[in-house]
Write a protein that binds this ligand. Structure first.
Ligand SMILES: Nc1ncnc2c1ncn2[C@@H]1O[C@H](COP(=O)(O)OP(=O)(O)OP(=O)(O)O)[C@@H](O)[C@H]1O
Length: 400
């Protein structure tokens, strides 16, 4: 019985070729739009690659989430290890996420385990570090260590991981076998006290890299790359769907967020037995990824604005519509006014309502390039869910 269920599921049609490339852990071989940043790491760690042992460089990377901090450090770590290997030098790249590590002792245990494969118990963090370093020396190895999300660790434990590790590194005898990349979320740097920020500046100096959020065009490229790898045929994710996802995620510039929406939209298409993603799947995916409760807010909107919003939603219910024009909205609005037997407001007022609805977050507006005409879309809520609440609300208000 259970076997049949599994067999049935596996036999079901799917638009995916390889879902694993949409996992957050997956880093593509070619990391788009991060060439400059990988180049900065090469400059920061030039001495490690050209004259290993001479110095023990450290660097700090910070940015908002989903902007590729983890990916560029892993990519750079792999490249550095390969380059040194070709010179007969053994560089181990170790990447540790500190977010869920509870204290300095547990962190040092992880560093030692990932570097040497050994489990050390009963030693203080200082002694563990010395033991690990002794093993690096004994085996003539070098270590490039990335400590990711160190800001969470510092906040939670109150232990100044950056100061402690940079102190260890200063005490090392030559050849210096340790280089470290610290990774921090931008927002947490922003909220740091002036004194702490000054300390970071003194420790890292010019070896500080701030990564900018991705632009819409960059997100289009990143999503397109994943589409090629994850989906069966070219037609399963049309270009305007890629554009739509990039449009709705570019205000945060987060590649992970965009890839999550792509994946969930693909799952929706599978669930509906369709062989391509349509805009409504994307809206559903967005609401699952970033749920927003809107229904109670709808009640507070003026009556006429609700009708304008319903006009937009009615037009977007049509399968292929991502944006609809002001002219179309006005036509649909007049049809609704006839249905509800109410007097329509003039076109300029409809336009103002749309801008107002956009300001308070019920819809998204943009100007079409060609016609200079206002277009409206809804990014946050699946239209079916919005209309389920809005339609009866508007009907009731006009029957009272
Ligand atoms: N330039 C890029 N090209 C392709 N994929 C990318 C790129 N940047 C990020 N990604 C993908 O986006 C996801 C998030 O990236 P990553 O974890 O590197 O970001 P981050 O800045 O470290 O995020 P966080 O602060 O949340 O840890 C990963 O799946 C990664 O593969």
């Amino acid at each position: 019985m259970a076997k049949n269920i599994v067999q049935d599921i596996l036999q079901k049609h799917t638009i995916f070729k390889d879902e694993s490339v949409l996992d957050v852990e997956y880093t593509p071989d070619s990391l788009m739009h991060r060439e400059k940043e990988i180049g900065s790491l090469a400059l920061f760690f030039r001495s490690l690659i050209e004259t290993p042992g001479k110095a023990s460089p450290v660097a700090l990377i910070y940015s908002r989430s989903g902007t590729g901090k983890t990916s560029i450090t892993k990519t750079f770590g792999g490249i550095a290890a390969d380059m040194l290997k070709s010179k007969g030098i053994d560089l181990k790249y170790v990447h540790i996420n500190c977010k869920f590590v509870t204290n300095m002792h547990a962190l040092m245990q992880q560093i030692v385990r990932s570097t040497t494969g050994a489990d050390v118990k009963g030693l203080s963090p200082d002694l563990m570090f010395r033991e690990m370093y002794r093993q690096l020396e004994a085996n003539d190895k070098y270590l490039l260590l990335t400590l990711d999300e160190v800001d969470w660790f510092i906040k939670r434990t109150g232990e100044d991981l950056i100061e402690q590790l940079t102190r260890y590194r200063e005490e090392l005898s030559k050849p210096k076998r340790l280089a470290i990349i610290f990774v921090v979320r931008d927002c947490n740097i922003g909220s740091m006290a002036e004194l702490e920020r000054g300390k970071l500046h003194r420790t890292f100096g010019a070896r500080t890299l701030k990564m900018e959020p991705y632009t819409k065009e960059q997100l289009v490229d990143i999503i397109s790359q994943r589409v090629q790898m994850a989906f069966k045929t070219d037609g399963s994710v049309p270009d305007d769907i890629i554009d739509f996802i990039a449009d709705m995620t570019c205000s945060v510039g987060d590649a992970y967020y965009a890839i999550q929406i792509l994946w969930k939209a693909g799952k929706c298409a599978d669930n509906f037995g369709m062989n391509r993603i349509i805009p409504e799947h994307v809206r559903m995916a967005k609401s699952m990824t970033d749920p927003k409760v809107r229904s109670e807010d709808l009640l507070s909107l003026p009556r006429d604005e609700k009708v304008v919003l319903q006009a937009v939603a009615n037009l977007l219910r049509i399968e292929s519509n991502i944006y609809v024009s002001l002219t179309e909205i006005i036509d649909e609005y007049h049809v609704l006014c006839e249905t509800y037997k109410c007097d329509p407001v003039d076109s300029q007022t409809v336009r103002e309502y749309l801008l107002d609805l956009s300001r308070i977050g019920f819809l998204d507006t943009k100007h079409a390039k060609s016609k200079q005409q206002l277009g409206a879309s809804i990014h946050d809520v699946p239209i079916v869910i919005l209309l389920e609440v809005l339609e009866p609300m508007v009907a009731k208000e006009h029957s009272d």
